[in-house]
Write a protein that binds this ligand. Structure first.
Ligand SMILES: [Zn+2]
Length: 139
């Protein structure tokens, strides 16, 4: 179960996970529900699905307060917050076509986090700014 998702972004989280409901998985999504800590939040529950580290990294970009709860036999067996590092490496690419990270050189894209929520990233190489909408387009 992914809790404390930024309100309105549950469907983007499902998209990151590649879940569209057509594979028969049991999925529950709740949007804009009341939250004690942040007024409103989205929640996504998926059965029998482990999250890959790369998926958790992407979720952190659009829902930096999300928590990932593993539930086994109705008990929460682990509860982890996603982590948004101050330097983002290799998850998304720079929008600037003339950026060195888009050249044929094998340069791993890198961004510094200027703002956490909504996310605002600055390309380490060319200074280009990437905002949440641009990030979502890449997922
Ligand atoms: Zn760049």
């Amino acid at each position: 179960m992914i809790d404390h998702i930024t309100p309105g972004f549950a469907l983007d989280v499902l998209k990151i996970l590649g879940i569209n409901g057509k594979d028969g998985e049991v999925v529950t999504a709740a949007m804009n529900v009341e939250s004690r800590s942040y007024k409103r939040k989205d929640i996504v529950k998926i059965q029998n699905r482990e999250l890959k580290p790369s998926e958790v990294d992407r979720i952190a970009l659009i829902a930096p307060r999300a928590t990932i709860n593993i539930i086994r036999n109705y008990d929460v067996t682990s509860k982890e917050k996603v982590e948004l590092p101050s330097l983002i490496r290799g998850i998304i690419t720079c929008d600037n076509p003339s950026c060195v990270s888009n050249s044929r050189e094998p340069v791993e894209p890198q961004f510094t986090v200027e703002q956490r929520e909504p996310i605002r990233l600055r390309c380490y190489f060319c200074g280009h700014i990437i905002e949440r909408e641009d990030v979502l387009k890449q997922f």
